[in-house]
Design a binder for this molecule. Structure first.
Ligand SMILES: [Zn+2]
Length: 282
């Protein structure tokens, strides 16, 4: 669930050090068209499978509240980022930046990850969930990992710790893969890396520093919601997984994650709305 650690993010930022764009920060001119504006666009939640659910109105309103909170946060972030026009022009276009980022991630993980193969059974499941979430599995590099989390994703890689992954129920496994799919689809990791890079350059930007963990929490909540909306068994997998996390680690969130209790509560609320749909249809 957890993405690359901060340490790895820093390594990545160093790898991407060819971007010597922000060496001088005059903070004189706010740039309205900052590349991250793409992320301010209404997110996936709005046009997901909402139309297939009978309790559509409550669900739409519930999801909309997350979108609104997130949009407010994005506006605060773009306000906190102040770069000069010259610096802005020096930034490659966003797609180019993300494609360089993906190359760097592939190189970095290629070196660091073990060569151990993932079982055919898990590869099959991964391909199935990626495809049902709308991702072409051929575009994703699947890696074996020894990380703390059962799974983690960048924009183009999915790492699985099979020992931990195999210990989970099939529903939890599906939920986790769909959650990581959301990170892939939304390009959460590269967005985070770009903001971290800006934050590194703007060392005294306390405002931005405070907003980054909040942004990360939204990435997680959105990924949970995306995963649950894939179907009831995914939503049930989310709830099972959160209950397991609370048993094992308590309610305490990581610095960049919402609390397990909050995630469980969102899951229960969403599942209730999804089940209303099932009973209405009978
Ligand atoms: Zn996550």
């Amino acid at each position: 669930m957890k993405k690359l650690t901060n340490k790895k993010v820093s390594t990545l930022v160093i790898i991407l050090g060819s971007m010597t764009l922000f060496t001088v920060c005059y903070k004189t001119q706010q740039i309205a068209n900052f590349p991250l504006n793409k992320a301010i666009q209404p997110n996936l939640i709005d046009d997901l499978t909402v139309s297939t659910l009978a309790d559509k109105e409550s669900l739409s309103a519930y999801l909309k509240s997350f979108d609104e909170q997130e949009n407010t946060l994005w506006h605060e972030i773009t306000n906190a980022i102040t770069i000069t026009k010259d610096e802005f022009i020096a930034i490659k276009n966003e797609q180019e930046w993300r494609s360089d980022y993906n190359e760097s991630v592939q190189q970095m993980l290629g070196k660091k990850q073990s060569k151990q193969l993932i079982s055919q059974k898990n590869i099959h499941l991964i391909n199935e969930v990626l495809t049902s979430c709308g991702i072409d599995p051929k575009k994703i590099t699947i890696k074996s990992s020894n990380a703390f989390s059962p799974a983690a994703a960048t924009d183009s890689t999915l790492s699985i710790n099979e020992e931990k992954f195999n210990a989970l129920s099939p529903k939890m496994q599906k939920y986790i893969l769909a959650h990581e799919s959301s990170h892939i689809i939304n390009q959460d990791h590269s967005t985070r890396c770009l903001i971290d890079e800006l934050n590194d350059e703007q060392k005294n930007n306390n405002q931005l520093k405070k907003l980054i963990p909040q942004l990360n929490k939204f990435f997680e909540i959105k990924a949970d919601i995306f995963a649950m909306l894939q179907g009831e068994e995914f939503a049930e997998g989310h709830i099972e997984f959160m209950e397991l996390c609370i048993r094992l680690y308590g309610n305490k969130p990581g610095k960049n994650h919402p609390s397990n209790g909050e995630r469980l509560e969102i899951g229960q609320h969403l599942l209730t709305m999804m089940q209303n749909k099932s009973s209405n249809q009978v």
